[in-house]
Design a protein around this ligand. Structure first.
Ligand SMILES: *[C@@H]1O[C@H](CO)[C@@H](O)[C@H](O)[C@H]1NC(C)=O
Ligand SMILES: *[C@@H]1O[C@H](CO)[C@@H](O)[C@H](O)[C@H]1NC(C)=O
Length: 288
């Protein structure tokens, strides 16, 4: 029975964590395709998507920071990472972004971000994770230059997520832009952008945890660490649930009424308390 409670609470906590907030912090640059093929109303859908996406994060100089860059023939920096430290300001700035039209010079956009967006002068924070999310509806106008620019950007240890929208995208190119094949997201049309917000947030959170806590070590070991954290959290919540329903073996051991009556001074309780408190602490330390 305790095993069952433990499993249930672990699973529930994990899902609650994923769906409600992103516990870690990063510098996030959103690159938005403003080329002629997108069209004005679809461009607006991208902006709406960015607005909803940003709303899912906490914002501030010690939390997440966002920068938005639009690109077509040329690159247009809308605002740097350190420009908005609250959601209202950021959302207002998003309303102001205008559609450019022109070619899809993705390589210029990637080069721009690599050379400028993460500089300390522009709000970049060296010890935080770097994430680039690029939204595009088609092939770039210079695929070899795009491939090279993407490779250069990856050297910054920026985690790049590429989002292809519609049938005109080139999956192979999206895979080259992304820092890992699993960070390619494809949606059928601009309306479907809404449906992938959670997925992108999840990927973004996963990536921040990699660069934040392990600075470049591979995903595999980060998953292992994640696994043990959840085991510990599971034990913590099991204790709480166990206290309520007397389900866990270790709560039964120490807190059943019969047992308690027998023990006048429960020194084991203190010992138990210290060990079972550990999971919660570990989790907190990781969050901040
Ligand atoms: C929006 O654009 C107007 C006109 O260019 C400008 O006065 C205003 O400050 C801008 N607002 C934001 C939040 O950038
Ligand atoms: C693509 O970009 C590279 C490097 O900037 C340049 O040498 C090449 O001429 C470009 N190709 C086209 C078709 O524009």
């Amino acid at each position: 029975m305790w095993m069952f409670t433990f499993l249930i609470s672990t699973v529930l906590l994990h899902f609650a964590e994923q769906s409600t907030y992103c516990p870690i912090k990063a510098d996030i640059v959103l690159l938005i395709d403003s080329s002629g093929s997108v069209g004005k109303s679809n461009f607006q859908k991208q902006i709406d998507f960015v607005k909803d996406f940003v709303n899912r994060f906490s914002i501030g100089s010690t939390k997440n920071q966002f920068s938005v860059v639009t690109f077509a023939t040329a690159v247009n920096n809308e605002f740097w990472l350190n420009k908005y430290m609250n959601k209202q300001g950021l959302v207002n700035a998003l309303k102001n972004i205008t559609y450019i039209e022109g070619y899809t010079n993705t390589h210029l956009a990637l080069d721009f971000v690599r050379q400028n967006s993460f500089l300390s002068a522009n709000g970049g924070r060296p010890n935080f994770g770097k994430i680039v999310i690029i939204l595009t509806d088609g092939k770039s106008n210079n695929q070899s230059a795009t491939k090279k620019a993407a490779g250069d950007l990856h050297l910054l240890r920026a985690q790049v997520i590429s989002v292809g929208i519609g049938s005109g995208t080139d999956i192979l190119e999206l895979e080259k832009i992304a820092s890992d094949k699993q960070y390619v997201v494809h949606v059928e049309n601009f309306d479907a952008l809404k449906t992938i917000e959670t997925k992108i947030q999840y990927v973004a959170c996963q990536q921040t945890s990699v660069s934040d806590t392990l600075q470049g070590t591979d995903l595999h070991s980060s998953c292992k660490i994640d696994f043990w954290i959840w085991i510990l959290v599971g034990f913590g919540s099991c204790l709480i649930l166990g206290l309520m329903f007397k389900l866990c073996w270790f709560t039964n051991l120490n807190f059943s009424t019969e047992e308690r009556n027998k023990r006048k001074v429960s020194s084991t309780w203190n010992k138990e308390k210290m060990t079972t408190n550990r999971p919660t602490k570990t989790r907190k330390e990781l969050d901040f």
